[in-house]
Design a protein around this ligand. Structure first.
Ligand SMILES: [Zn+2]
Length: 455
């Protein structure tokens, strides 16, 4: 019995607007469109859905599976925007859509393995896909976002695997069809996965990249003392700082998040230098093992102030929580990047039928530079703007951000890793319009790291 229905295609628009951190200049606006939905020719039948393979977490626990011709999602809204959905009426979205070729059942085999399964076993069911997610950490990350709009992303430092990617608001896949009309038009965009696809101004969390790039390029040194008078000429306007920091060494400048210091380094690197460093960290790349992830947008503005503003994570540069977590993880590894991954393996009856090649380690920075930035991040949590992220008995390295944007309160950020001396996990937390990163995002990092590090 086949239920055929027209698949609806809807484009959602995630509007990311931002404003310079000073009052008298309005910056460029950026519109990001995100087409999350499947091809219009997708039509699914009960049989098709029954034969579909499962999506599993890293330990083999089901996250999406077929039951009586329907897809069911054991974690419900906790994995909503990431996994997406697959129904006869609405088609497929998210990972469900991206992994269709791996999980689809078959009447006609396309590979020798499928031919064997069909002939020898009479089996037409699609393969399962094992994700890198940790079910418990995913639940915890989602719980931390209660009452917020935003994302929490956790990376495993040794492997680059994504352990959690939580995004709120979300939707309940069990009532998706009934809720569709309201979800579709909800201005809070509950269908958007914010951790890997949301693009935001990074604000002061970007100072870790500015610092690393400026040190590696020889544009500054750990000993340089900057004279912060609380404001500076950014080119075509006066850029104001959050305080008058006076004479301040580079490390101390990160601890207190001095805008004058990092806007100055932005000017020395220039827009092109900052773009090159985003590229060095891999932020402009497509990620084959993180389906649907959005590449970062480097500065496009030609304003004289663009380099100074970009040095403090404003101007018109945009990136995802995943991108910032990737930068933190590279610093945690002493300057070595591993491409992030969400796909671990493809299996059939528990036996692997595909596994991606091991991640290739790529040196981005001299070790001494990564360690210098790491020391400053550790100090920022021990005694600076990131104090609320501290854990007892474990040193945390981190940087807060309070990213200006025209939708009201700034976006609150925290980016970091722990333990600082032997890193295991890197995290990025983004809360839309929540206010100061040190006040709102850093405390969540403390909870998250505590759980992520407990054996
Ligand atoms: Zn300052």
């Amino acid at each position: 019995m086949a239920i055929k229905a027209r698949v609806r295609v809807v484009a959602l628009f995630l509007l990311v607007l931002f404003l310079a951190p000073v009052v008298n200049l309005t910056r460029l606006q950026v519109l990001r469109s995100e087409e999350l939905f499947a091809r219009p020719d997708n039509t699914r039948t009960l049989e098709d859905l029954s034969l579909r393979g499962s999506l599993l977490d890293r330990t083999g626990q089901p996250l999406a599976q077929s039951r009586e011709g329907r897809r069911v999602y054991p974690l419900g809204p906790i994995t909503g925007p990431l996994l997406g959905y697959m129904t006869g009426r609405l088609g497929a979205a998210g990972l469900e859509a991206s992994l269709e070729a791996r999980t689809a059942g078959y009447a006609v085999p396309r590979t020798p393995m499928q031919a064997w399964n069909l002939v020898a076993r009479g089996e037409r069911r699609g393969d399962d896909v094992v994700l890198t997610l940790d079910r418990d950490l995913q639940k915890l990350a989602w719980g931390l976002l209660e009452g917020s709009r935003g994302a929490v992303l956790v990376l495993d430092v040794p492997t680059g695997e994504i352990l959690a990617v939580a995004s709120r608001p979300s939707f309940d896949p069990a009532t998706l069809e009934a809720d569709w009309e309201s979800l579709r038009v909800d201005p809070a965009a509950p269908l958007i996965e914010r951790g890997t696809q949301g693009l935001y101004p990074p604000g002061s969390t970007f100072k870790i990249l500015t610092m690393a790039g400026a040190l590696a390029d020889g544009r500054t040194s750990a000993d340089e003392v900057f004279a912060c008078t609380g404001s500076m000429d950014a080119g075509n306007f006066i850029l104001h700082d959050n305080a008058v920091h006076g004479p301040v060494r580079l490390e101390e400048a990160l601890v207190v998040s001095c805008n004058v210091t990092f806007a100055t380094l932005g000017q020395r690197l220039g827009v092109e230098g900052l773009r090159r460093w985003m590229d060095e960290f891999g932020l402009l790349d497509e990620l084959p093992l993180v389906p649907n992830a959005a590449a970062a947008r480097p500065v496009h503005s030609g304003a004289p102030s663009a380099a100074a503003e970009a040095g403090i994570g404003q101007a018109d540069l945009l990136l995802s929580p995943l991108a910032m977590a990737r930068v933190a993880a590279a610093l945690a590894r002493g300057g070595v990047d591993l491409e992030p991954r969400l796909l671990r393996a493809q299996t059939r009856r528990g036996e692997e039928t595909w596994r991606p090649a091991p991640p290739r380690a790529r040196r981005v920075l001299p070790r001494a530079v990564a360690e210098e930035v790491g020391r400053a991040m550790t100090a920022a949590v021990a005694r600076g703007t990131g104090r609320a992220a501290a854990l007892s008995g474990v040193a945390v390295a981190g940087k807060t951000g309070t990213a200006e944007n025209p939708h009201g309160a700034p976006h609150a950020w925290f980016v970091g890793y722990a333990p600082a001396d032997k890193p295991e996990v890197a995290v990025a937390i983004l809360l839309e319009n929540a206010g100061g990163g040190g006040t709102h995002a850093a405390p969540l990092a403390s909870h998250l790291l505590q759980e992520a590090l407990s054996p």
